[in-house]
Design a binder for this molecule. Structure first.
Ligand SMILES: [Zn+2]
Length: 225
């Protein structure tokens, strides 16, 4: 069972099941990894059931609240209104505070979500490439392949080969947040860890990075489609 571990100043362990099989474990800083792992293993079945219940609620919520003409969505930190149009060629464009979505079946919620996801992923890729091109010379490293992924638990990642992946949902956040994640992954090309040296590199590029890092943790559940 895969889970994301968040070690903080706390006295007990908290298990959290999120949609799509994501498990978050909040544990005291001093607790040993082995013990945490053991606790997760003992609760594996329970956590699986919790996750399934969450997924059911999400499905139900989507059924009760489909994306319709007039729904809202965050794009680059700004609330936009979704407008649905019937048309043969599926696509979405951002115009004057609106996300105009065209597709053959605008009454199909999964189809609408699919077109929005594709349109925003394309927008995210364009923006991420621009920002990587902007920051790579400043950080002093050239990444390998830069791609957009539908990642469930991560905003960005850097492989040992120097390839960078970014979560398409970053396009929902304010531009500074996307910049922070780009800088974060580029700095991993120097420091493949989260040591004080790594954070000093990040801070060098973005002195107020903590503001945007915090924005992500506060708003992560709103960046969702
Ligand atoms: Zn990192």
């Amino acid at each position: 069972m895969e889970y994301t571990l968040i070690q903080t100043v706390r006295s007990s362990v908290l298990f959290q099941a999120l949609p799509e099989g994501v498990i978050r474990v909040y544990a005291p800083k001093a607790m040993r990894l082995r013990d945490i792992d053991q606790m997760v293993r003992e609760r594996a079945e329970e956590l699986l059931r919790m996750g399934q219940a969450v997924d059911q609620r999400v499905q139900e919520d989507r059924r009760v609240h489909p994306v319709t003409d007039g729904s809202g969505i965050l794009i680059e930190g700004v609330p936009h209104v979704i407008r649905l149009f019937k048309g043969v060629n599926p696509g979405g464009e951002v115009v004057d505070g609106e996300l105009r979505v065209t597709l053959p079946h605008p009454d199909s919620d999964p189809a609408v979500r699919g077109v929005i996801r594709a349109a925003l992923s394309a927008r995210a890729l364009k923006r991420v490439r621009e920002r990587v091109d902007h920051y790579a010379p400043r950080v002093g490293r050239t990444p390998g392949r830069v791609a957009i992924r539908d990642q469930k638990t991560r905003w960005g990642s850097c492989s040992s080969k120097g390839n960078l992946n970014f979560n398409w949902k970053l396009i929902m956040a304010p531009p500074q947040v996307l910049d922070y994640v780009v800088i974060h992954e580029l700095c991993h090309l120097w420091e493949f860890n989260h040591s004080p040296r790594f954070w000093a590199l990040v801070e060098n590029q973005m002195p107020d990075y903590e503001v945007w890092k915090k924005w992500l943790s506060v708003h992560r559940d709103e960046m969702y489609l």
